[in-house]
Design a binder for this molecule. Structure first.
Ligand code: NAD
Length: 354
């Protein structure tokens, strides 16, 4: 596969320019004086760029955002925000950092500016998933929704192709489940189909060349539409399984969405003929079969498909099946343990969905 070497100094300038275009104006409009900037430890460079853009006028940087939003990290961040006299939050990075921003904001009431750099879509949802004692619980409410979102696809250029691929499939998963949600409607279905269309077209461009400007632009647009689907209607078994596997076994979020999606779709397929027909149209290589179309896309994107490769153990299959049946989400097909266990076994092994 051809990839283009990234050029750190060129990207650093592009990130500064992108932040300069939108962030100082947003800070001024919201009358903020001392934002706390949030990042993961690996992407603290992004937080430093925010600090540079704001001429150092920040309350501090908290760079311990952790996937699945463990509550003990949020507790520490809230203490830090208070100690530093923060009057607001700026989260910059992927869904991990956005999640921490939401968790602090909902506890403290601090306004939250969100600058997403992956395709999780979390920035447009009023949903917060938090993990405590190995259980990931999800809640929803208007105070969780970030106050301002700054999108600029030049901020996504440094996201590696492989990360972009799974993050993009995470976005597709929101749209897929929106099509068969119990609250599905024409508006959401249009957004879902448009969102999938952008992602299906754009992700292969990014795989070939991570600096592909048009690819980055349409994939970000697709992720925004798919995030709006997640915000608009309830999700079903796919998201329940991913929350269970991510939160309880600490498996990586987007990678697990990618491994589970074809199997969740296959589980529901006989119960959702209309959605399957729409999806078959969304995947150009489907030959009228949505699962085949999705499998072809995943092969093109060269993604890993076996949860055992992300650290899931064989003995976790039964534990995950039990957890998936605890407080199940509504799903078009009844949730039954034996087929769910088999679904999870196939995800663990990386078998292709049919
Ligand atoms: P992430 O934030 O951990 O990012 C994935 C990877 O991308 C990381 O390795 C990160 O270092 C890298 N990355 C991010 N920005 C980058 C950049 N500019 N350049 C280079 N690399 C970059 O993971 P994610 O998949 O974006 O988000 C997962 C988290 O988001 C989970 O905790 C999940 O629960 C949450 N989430 C929440 C919602 C919601 O609506 N509440 C929706 C989706 C995901």
């Amino acid at each position: 596969m051809n990839t283009v070497e990234s050029n750190p100094s060129k990207h650093g300038t592009a990130i500064f320019d992108a932040l300069q275009r939108a962030l100082p104006g947003a800070i001024a409009r919201m009358k903020l004086k001392a934002p706390l900037v949030l990042s993961t430890s690996r992407r603290v460079d992004l937080a430093e760029k925010v600090k540079e853009t704001l001429n150092g006028q920040i309350a501090g940087i908290f760079s311990e955002a952790t996937m699945h939003t463990p509550t003990h990290v949020t507790d520490k961040a809230v203490e830090y925000a208070k100690a530093q006299g923060a009057d607001s939050l700026i989260s910059i990075g992927g869904g991990t950092t956005v999640g921490l921003g939401k968790a602090i904001s909902v506890r403290t009431g601090l306004p939250h500016i969100c600058i997403p750099t992956t395709y999780s879509g979390s920035e447009v949802t009023p949903i917060l998933g938090e993990t405590e004692d190995g259980i990931k619980k999800t809640r929803s409410g208007p105070k969780i929704l970030p106050d301002t979102v700054i999108y600029d696809s030049s901020l996504t250029m440094t996201v590696p192709a492989a990360v972009s691929a799974t993050s993009g499939v995470n976005a597709i998963a929101h749209a897929v489940e929106a099509l068969y949600s119990r609250q599905a409607n024409d508006d959401i279905s249009t957004k879902a189909m448009d969102g999938i269309g952008y992602l299906v077209n754009g992700l292969p461009l990014i795989l070939e060349n991570p600096a592909h400007e048009h690819g980055r632009s349409i994939v970000q647009k697709g992720a925004w539409l798919c995030g709006s689907c997640l915000a608009g209607v309830d999700m079903a078994i796919h998201h329940k399984l991913c929350h269970t596997l991510g939160g309880s076994f600490n498996l990586p979020h987007a990678e697990i969405h990618t491994a589970v999606l074809p199997h969740a779709l296959s589980y529901n397929a006989p119960y959702i003929p209309d959605a399957m027909e729409k999806l078959a149209r969304a995947f150009p290589d489907s030959n009228g079969d949505a699962i085949h179309g999705l499998n072809v896309l995943l092969s093109k994107l060269n993604v890993k498909r076996a949860a055992k490769d992300f650290g899931m153990k064989e003995e976790d299959i039964d534990k995950a099946a039990d957890l998936a049946l605890t407080r199940p989400y509504w799903n078009p097909r009844p949730i039954e343990r034996a087929p769910i266990r088999e679904l999870l076994r196939r995800v663990w092994a990386g078998e292709e969905a049919r």
